[in-house]
Design a protein around this ligand. Structure first.
Ligand SMILES: [Zn+2]
Length: 419
């Protein structure tokens, strides 16, 4: 009897230790990703269709602006890729991205499974091998749909081989804490008869949270933070008969505005991977270990780039000032601004010399919205009616909405809400 009883109490103690462990690991880690790699916002310039004018006219501009890197979505349509492969290899060698825009540039929504396999999946491998032959070792991780045509069936194929896809339309803006649908990222599309260069320049101001006022269209209103804006371009030339051709001087002006506004002007796949990584890293699991804490997180997609450097910051209100960060057996030294660059793809890090980690302060997310009236809009700003709070009612279809809260004498709040 005596032994049995003792055994029982031991078991209870073990159970309570395990429970404590679980409680400990659920505490939010005192380290977070710095939005947009330390910039107020980001911009990705993307150029579709493997056009020779892009390389001929952009390469000199890009070579002169080391802070700007862009994405080329290549297709083998009209043998463009094969003719221009060495030019694209040279431009990829200087830090620009090569993405997949399908072999045939056909309407993916009309294709059979076999055609989708070829266009969407196999061509990513083909692109990698063609560019390897021209001396550049690249990883193709981004897709862009021809004609921006997409649906749920096509998305499944894209998702098998790419962690992100660009379509077109809307304002092309993304916000740090709103997780988008990675298989249908929107882009602001430039054409000679569509969006003007002036509007593109304004979009670069908006992304940097500059000069935004309280517009009447809620889809353009109440920008209170920087964002990531995605642009879609085609030819780069002075050919005014070609509605898809942007003048080299105009694209230079856009690059210059991006730099002047201190935006992170980086390829679609680079910003996309950083943005996607942060949703995983900022929810890392923290476990107490000897002399510190171990953090673990998941990789959100198996076709992320091999390396995703993430700029992170310690929450010094919750952690001792002697804290160090160790990853893959090495101490990571802070950058001059006190941030650290860690490797997201390593999936873990260790915090040492933390002292006692305090609980996070009550989050400010809960805004006091007493006395506010809430109206629901679709993404184009069409009013859909009044609602109770920042939640989309049950009877509305799944999608992204805007909810605008208004009150006399208090600032208007507009939020993008995903249902
Ligand atoms: Zn295209």
């Amino acid at each position: 009897m005596y032994y049995k009883k003792r055994n029982m109490s031991w078991r209870i103690t073990l159970a309570s230790i395990l429970t404590l462990g679980i409680i400990g690991s659920s505490m939010a880690a005192p380290i977070k990703t710095v939005p947009w790699n330390g910039h107020i916002g980001a911009v990705s310039f993307t150029f579709d269709d493997a056009l020779e004018t892009q390389v001929l006219n952009l390469k000199p501009l890009l070579d002169a602006m080391p802070d700007v890197h862009v994405t080329f979505f290549l297709t083998a349509y009209q043998s463009r890729l094969y003719e221009n492969a060495s030019l694209f290899a040279a431009i990829a060698n200087t830090g620009n991205e090569i993405g997949n825009h399908s072999v045939t540039h056909w309407h993916l929504t009309q294709e059979t499974d076999t055609e989708l396999e070829d266009d969407v999946i196999n061509f990513a491998d083909t692109l990698e091998s063609i560019l390897t032959k021209h001396g550049v070792d690249i990883q193709v991780t981004s897709f862009a749909t021809p004609f921006c045509e997409n649906n749920d069936y096509v998305k499944k194929f894209i998702n098998k081989r790419h962690f992100i896809n660009r379509d077109g339309g809307l304002d092309g803006r993304n916000y740090w804490n709103t997780e988008p649908d990675w298989m249908t990222m929107k882009a602001k599309v430039w054409t000679r008869d569509g969006t003007t260069v002036k509007e593109m320049l304004t979009a670069l101001d908006t992304a940097a949270n500059i000069g935004i006022s309280n517009n009447t269209n809620p889809s353009e209103a109440q920008i209170t933070e920087g964002s990531w804006v995605i642009f879609l371009q085609h030819d780069v030339s002075k050919d005014s008969q070609n509605i898809y051709a942007i003048n080299p001087d105009d694209i230079r002006a856009l690059f210059q505005r991006a730099v002047q506004n201190k935006l992170w002007a980086a390829p679609f796949g680079t910003v996309g991977a950083y943005y996607r990584a942060h949703f995983a890293f900022d929810n890392a699991t923290m476990t107490k270990i000897d002399g510190g804490y171990s953090l673990q997180w998941d990789i959100p997609h198996k076709h992320m780039p091999k390396s995703v450097p993430l700029r992170v910051r310690l929450d010094t209100t919750r952690i001792g000032s002697k804290t160090t960060i160790e990853q893959d057996g090495k101490n990571i030294l802070p950058e001059s601004d006190g941030t650290y660059i860690i490797e997201f793809m390593s999936q873990s890090l260790i915090l040492r010399n933390t002292g006692e980690v305090s609980l996070p302060k009550a989050s400010k997310i809960k805004q006091n919205t007493k006395g506010y009236k809430f109206s629901l809009y679709n993404l184009n700003g069409k009013p859909l009616g009044m609602v109770k709070d920042f939640a989309v009612p049950e009877n509305y279809p799944k999608g992204i909405y805007l909810i605008r809260a208004e009150s006399n004498g208090k600032p208007t709040i507009t939020k993008k809400v995903v249902k």
